[in-house]
Design a protein around this ligand. Sequence first.
Ligand SMILES: Cc1ncc(COP(=O)(O)O)c(C=O)c1O
Length: 390
Amino acid sequence: MTLDIDHLRADTPACLQRIHFNNAGSSIPPTPVLDSQIKYLKLEAEIGGYEAADATQETLEAFYTAAAGAIGGKPQEIAFIENATRAWDMVFYAFDWQPGDKVLTSRADYNSNMVSYWQVASKYGVEIVMVPDDESGALDVAALERAIDDRVRLISVSHIPTNSGLVNPAAAIGAVATKYNIPYLLDACQSVGQLPIDVAEIGCTMLSTTGRKYIRGPRGTGFLWVREDWIERLEPPLLDNHAAPWVSVDRYEIRKDARRFENWESNFAGKIALGRALAYMTDLGMENIWARIKLLSGTLRAELSNLPGVTVWDPGQEKCGLITFTKDGREPKDIRDRLRASNINVSVSTTQLTRTEQRDHAVDATARASVHYYNTQAEIERFVEAIRHL
Ligand SMILES: Cc1ncc(COP(=O)(O)O)c(C=O)c1O
């Protein structure tokens, strides 16, 4: 099956108005996803929030099946969480960190993850080891293996960093984690919806992701997957009466499924719409989506590289739909603002986002264009001309 791009663009009316190359920031939801969210909000307004939840129980449950199906997991291994950061936090802070424990991570890890690493380092004396990159700029899997000793409690890696087109070798990392029986937390915030993900093939133990990026769900949604045999080994850092029903005056029982990582109150319309977005994505086929993103991003990266004064920064052998670049004499923020004035959306990655990696480049900001399957070659041509004439 190939993607019917005209149909997909008709489902994304904003395409008529603008070129949206900020899909790694927040992509534009297809109409059926938006409609499902609005319909649910209207139902809440018409019959009441609790009553709406009761009336749509099956659709709400369908979210778990859709999320599990999208990554090759099981519905009971899924928790609906408001974003990728909190999903990640709920398992990272579930470890009972002890002085001398080690975490192995990548140099290109997400900034909030870095903050958490340094927090447990200062609070509990955990050692954070940033595994060196290989010569292509991806995490060096051989160096990762050499760094393993009996103090390593966790391998924690961002699959695709927030600020570049790099794809880290998630499955090769998983093979090392499996070989040494070390839990492996994959931050798949930028990869779910962009490339095929199968948690068993990757060999991770936990995975976090967000709704608004490549899945094309609403903002304020995300999910966590935890492999079945690890769920009960992880006591969530926060509990409520949904995660841990209060069973007698002085006792609670933590749920046995991944919903122990959830809150009782949550964004129900967002959950419905995220389930819809996951189903929409799965119907299109992840192989088709990934092939199209590689085609478009490969063209855009090559054409930008050919422009005088433009430098493309993406490291790694395997690259994805994010293209980071600078243009001599133009601040990335200025590039973004000028493009936005012509209805072209890109974002800016500052040093704040991945300090360690960007320091090597000696740049403190890059412009980031991120394409999705519904973008077109014609948009790429217009974009390249806009950059040429900036
Ligand atoms: C690699 C990576 N991890 C985590 C996050 C955080 O996601 P959220 O904003 O949904 O918490 C991002 C967001 O940009 C990201 O790029």
